[in-house]
Write a protein that binds this ligand. Structure first.
Ligand code: F6P
Length: 467
């Protein structure tokens, strides 16, 4: 399917993202196969992609040329090959060791290397060329995220007939931080190739508009940028969300409810279960939250008989140095806390370094009394919304960092500053002690917000504004 689309430029909608929505899996007998990787964005776009002749351009997740069997996905996939060196320089380097920390408040120190930048340009050109080759005349192309910020301008140069949208899933930093980037002007000009540039929050759109005015010198007014050639680019917030109804439906099934009970029983039926679910990333604030929890146990505010912390950390970007360092730090902390504070058969922290399927996540959300989401900086944070969607009984408490994009919508969470350990301890304790009435008052309001603004609405809002 992908091959025929490539030969004939017939796609009326083209999604361009760093990853294709399929994963390569190795079976027990050692053979390799592919399966769809269901994510929120995929499920939101799937109906649209089926309705129109559509294509998804992306990297298959493994280096070099790969064949993706036609039955791997119902969608038309257009794989972009990336070499091992490009994987190091473009993905691990420029995307995840330069842009990622720079866009997340410099939680880690960004590295600037000229050869990484060159690889970023090359790979962005390849993605743009792949999109140009499948897009029908006048098609809509939706480019996603920080790995591909040059694609809009390159693509416009190749195909001025296209309608081009770009959405940034992560934060966009203030001018004071962004200006460190040696290639700041090129990135801004890359994004300006789009007709619509979407951000998670209005503040990020404002940062972009200010930078375009000050660094590129274009005239701007509110959310509009006026280019010398007469084109107008709009920069606006489109807060992303989840398939709220789908999560709730899953959480309501008997199998998930039984699994949730099993989890609690495996944990020794403690009075309360705290839960953290994150990609193992230094922006997520896993360390300070586990520290806060362990101090609550150590100072007697909580006891291991009454409370356990389940932390699921999904492996991520494991060859990037900062990620390895953080993984070691967390391993050491968990070992120390359990050694010092645990009892036989009762660990203070139950730590899992795994990637879990959606069903197991839903069961964990159902099992958890207190969900703890404490990023130092996060574009949105979908885990917090998934937890809320699964709490159809209106019970449970969400402790949420004020630096997560989701905090702008989930105002009734127990909001915390992850840099303030004492403040976090106090809020975790308040959440622990919250009476069912108080939990329900907060949860009902948050559930309404998440139900009203789901991922399908997010996608159609963006595409309507682009159209
Ligand atoms: O949050 C940004 C993001 O790129 C997500 O879109 C994605 O799910 C996640 O990070 C995982 O990143 P990677 O593709 O590097 O594994």
């Amino acid at each position: 399917m992908a091959r025929s689309l490539r030969r004939r430029a017939t796609a009326k909608l083209v999604v361009v993202a760093n990853r294709l929505p399929v994963d390569q899996v190795t079976l027990a007998d050692g053979s390799v196969t592919w399966r769809p990787s269901p994510g929120g964005v995929v499920s939101a776009l799937e109906p649209l992609m089926r309705a129109e002749a559509a294509a998804w351009v992306g990297w298959p997740g493994v280096s070099g040329e790969v064949e993706i069997p036609e039955d791997a996905s119902d969608l038309s996939l257009v794989p972009v090959a990336i070499t091992e060196t490009e994987h190091e320089e473009y993905y691990e380097g420029f995307a995840n060791a330069t842009l990622w920390p720079l866009y997340h408040d410099l939680v880690a120190k960004p590295e600037f290397h000229r050869e990484w930048w060159d690889a970023y340009i090359d790979v962005n050109q390849r993605f743009a060329a792949a999109a140009a080759s499948v897009a029908a005349r006048g098609a809509t192309v939706w480019v996603h995220d920080y790995q591909l910020q040059l694609v809009p301008a390159i693509l416009r140069e190749m195909r001025p007939d296209l309608r081009i949208g770009f959405f940034l899933h992560i934060p966009f930093p203030p001018a004071e931080l962004f200006s460190q980037l040696p290639w700041r002007r090129q990135i801004l000009e890359g994004l300006l190739g789009a007709d619509l540039v979407g951000f998670q929050l209005p503040g990020a759109a404002a940062n972009f508009i200010r930078l375009v005015r000050d660094r590129v010198g274009h005239k701007t007014q509110r959310e509009s940028v006026f280019l010398p050639d007469g084109r107008v680019v709009t920069a606006r917030a489109f807060p992303i969300s989840i398939d709220a109804a789908g999560f709730e439906e899953l959480a309501r099934t008997v199998a998930i409810e039984e699994r949730a009970e099993q989890i609690r029983s495996d944990l020794g039926n403690p009075a309360k279960v705290f839960l953290g679910v994150d990609r193992l990333d230094y922006t997520k604030g896993i360390y300070p939250r586990l520290r806060a929890f362990s101090e609550l146990i150590a100072d007697g505010s909580l006891s291991v008989e009454d409370a356990v912390f389940v932390q699921v950390a999904t492996p991520s970007r494991e060859r990037v140095e900062e990620y390895r360092t953080m993984r070691d730090e967390i391993n050491r902390l968990v070992g120390r806390v359990n050694g010092d504070l645990g009892r036989i058969g009762r660990q203070a922290i139950s730590y899992l370094h795994v990637s879990l399927p959606r069903e197991e996540m839903a069961a964990l959300y159902r099992a958890a009394d207190i969900m703890v989401v404490t990023p130092y900086r996060d574009g949105m944070n979908l885990v917090s919304k998934e937890y809320v969607a699964c709490r159809y009984d209106d019970l449970g408490a969400l402790v949420l960092s004020e630096f997560a994009g989701a905090a702008a919508e989930l105002r009734q969470a127990f909001l915390v500053n992850p840099y303030d350990i004492n403040g976090m301890k106090a809020q975790m304790l308040t959440a622990y002690e919250a009476k069912p009435r108080e939990q329900a008052r907060r949860m009902r309001a948050m559930r309404r917000t998440v139900a009203e603004h789901d991922v399908t609405q997010w996608a159609s809002n963006f595409l309507d504004a682009l159209g």
